[in-house]
Design a protein around this ligand. Sequence first.
Ligand SMILES: Cc1cc2nc3c(=O)[nH]c(=O)nc-3n(C[C@H](O)[C@H](O)[C@H](O)COP(=O)(O)O)c2cc1C
Length: 232
Amino acid sequence: MTDDIYPIDLASVDHVLKTTRSVRQRLDLGREVPREVFEEALAIALQAPTGANTQTWRFMVVTDATLRASIADYYRQGAARYIDGETPLTRTGVSAMREFAPGDLRSSQRDGMLKSAGFLMEHLHEVPMFVIPCIESRFEHEADVFTQASMWGSILPATWSLMLALRARRIASSWTTLHLLYEREVAGLLGIPEDYTQAALLPVAWLTGGDLRPARRLPLDTVTYWDRWGAR
Ligand SMILES: Cc1cc2nc3c(=O)[nH]c(=O)nc-3n(C[C@H](O)[C@H](O)[C@H](O)COP(=O)(O)O)c2cc1C
């Protein structure tokens, strides 16, 4: 719902929200991302919320080719362990190996996802810019959900906002986590202090080709409940 004095171009905003995909095969590997364009997007991303307004986020930007190559090697080693089912994540159901019933939308999307992920894995070191969002403190041994949610919730919204703000400038990226299986090794390479936690790795590059399209998702009424779990 909009009115004439509300200064938001809803169509453009919705378009960006609907088309910020995991771009892996359409990254321009031959063109640098200018620092000023990146910083313009990051300044927007820093409008995201943080618990108690602490802003203990740090954004590690990596453009050095040797460092990117080393990080990409760790990413590939992480991918190999993940594919082997050698990580606890596999047990949570958030896994590319998860089987869905025949006819389930996600089954039909799986091959495309795996092909695209394989391409990124192979070419990661060629992507001109990596962004690793970090947050102060370590909380992997904190069992309570309050602490976990408060900490992740203080870095992940800004990370997603960064992807959106970049995408609005025709710069693509992809949310990735596989290098985190070697988080400590990558921290050592980059000088990230021991009391910081890395949250993701965004390979960032100009988008090649035409515009991106919205993805097909599970229908809203199958993932939304009202007042009581399971109630539509
Ligand atoms: C928490 C999280 C971790 C992810 N890790 C990886 C990754 O390590 N490598 C990768 O290629 N894609 C990764 N993805 C991207 C997903 O595969 C992707 O979001 C999903 O297939 C839906 O595609 P779309 O983002 O283009 O809509 C990750 C996404 C999320 C949210």
